[in-house]
Write a protein that binds this ligand. Structure first.
Ligand SMILES: [Zn+2]
Length: 322
């Protein structure tokens, strides 16, 4: 049971997902030593308070074993706000190393600091060379940038050319929550409507608006319904708090556009799944949210039950954005 990783730099692998995989957690952070050092105590404490869950160091091998036992893949995202805060971050190379160490359970994304201009463009190329799936988690509220600002257009163009997914944090930020000045985090940049502009300008760029994007949930739903190349992930909010409107849209209007994601370690996988199951979605919707939509978005190939790939190279909603 393994997922093929990139065979050479610059080539995103045809990844084959074993038939035994039941779900893909599309939004997972690291909690290893390297991450803890980059995060800093103060920021880690504000996030822990917002979620009511203590942040502890979890070694990579332990994290991999947990996902393996669940029959799940995890898409590990990176983060940075270096220009705004002066704080260091985990290098994208580390994400690639973590994925390479456990290719049967991990997929990864690398991040850039949009204010770094050409350097950020080059880092996007590096992300592709590392065999990572995309750019994320970009956090406009923490990074103080408007995704639709033309100064950042070259970044989205490069990601589009390289076939990378781009994942943006949407809505409220746990980082800085209930601290003086919100730790400098500016929520207005994480309005999903800013992503609508990017999606319109780059119709083949696959975009994820991460989290239900409270207090702009309705806007996020509208953008995902209007732009075929925009997906939402349900991470960062315990499912029991999902509004009636979000549940209705997941069930009836955009069941092909919504991804299971936890935001682990802020939310536990077990809690997320338990509360999601309690919402009583139909089996086909559940299957799409937990697995099929991520296969389509990330262009992963599902192994058939007899252990061979199906050879199509595309998920059930092939052609999204392309
Ligand atoms: Zn986020």
């Amino acid at each position: 049971m393994r997922v093929a990783s990139a065979d050479r730099p610059g080539t995103r692998a045809q990844r084959v997902v074993p038939a035994t995989v039941r779900a893909i957690d599309a939004h997972v952070h690291l909690a290893d030593e390297e991450w803890a050092a980059a995060m800093g105590d103060e920021r880690a404490r504000s996030i822990a308070r917002a979620f009511g869950r203590e942040q502890v160091v979890v070694p990579i091998d332990e994290m991999a074993a947990e996902y393996r036992d669940r029959g799940m893949l995890a898409v590990i995202v990176n983060s940075t706000d270096a220009t705004v805060t002066g704080r260091g971050s985990v290098p994208n190379r580390h994400i690639a190393d973590v994925v390479a160490a456990h290719p049967d359970v991990f997929l990864g994304m690398g991040v850039v600091d949009p204010w770094q201009g050409k350097l950020a463009e080059r880092e996007i190329e590096h992300i592709a060379e590392l065999g990572l799936l995309g750019v994320g988690e970009l956090n406009p509220a923490r990074q103080h940038f408007a995704p639709n600002d033309e100064r950042f257009t070259p970044l989205w163009r490069r990601a589009d050319e390289l076939g990378l997914v781009v994942l943006f944090h949407g809505g409220y930020a746990a980082a800085g929550s209930n601290t003086p000045g919100g730790g400098g985090v500016k929520l207005r940049y994480s309005r999903p409507t800013l992503l609508d502009d990017v999606a319109a300008d780059f119709p083949t760029l696959r975009i994820v608006c991460a989290h239900p994007s409270w207090p702009w949930e309705s806007v996020a739903l509208a953008v995902a319904m209007h732009k075929r190349n925009v997906f939402l992930d349900l991470s960062g909010m315990a499912p029991k708090y999902l509004s009636a409107e979000v549940r209705q849209y997941v069930r009836r209007r955009i069941p092909d556009k919504v991804l299971f994601g936890t935001d682990w370690p802020s939310l536990s996988v077990e809690r997320w799944l338990r509360e999601f199951d309690e919402l009583g979605f139909e089996d086909d919707v559940r299957q799409k949210v937990l697995l099929d939509n991520a296969l389509a978005l990330f262009r992963l190939e599902r192994e058939l039950g007899d252990g061979t790939g199906d050879g199509t190279g595309d998920g059930p909603a092939a052609g999204v954005g392309g």
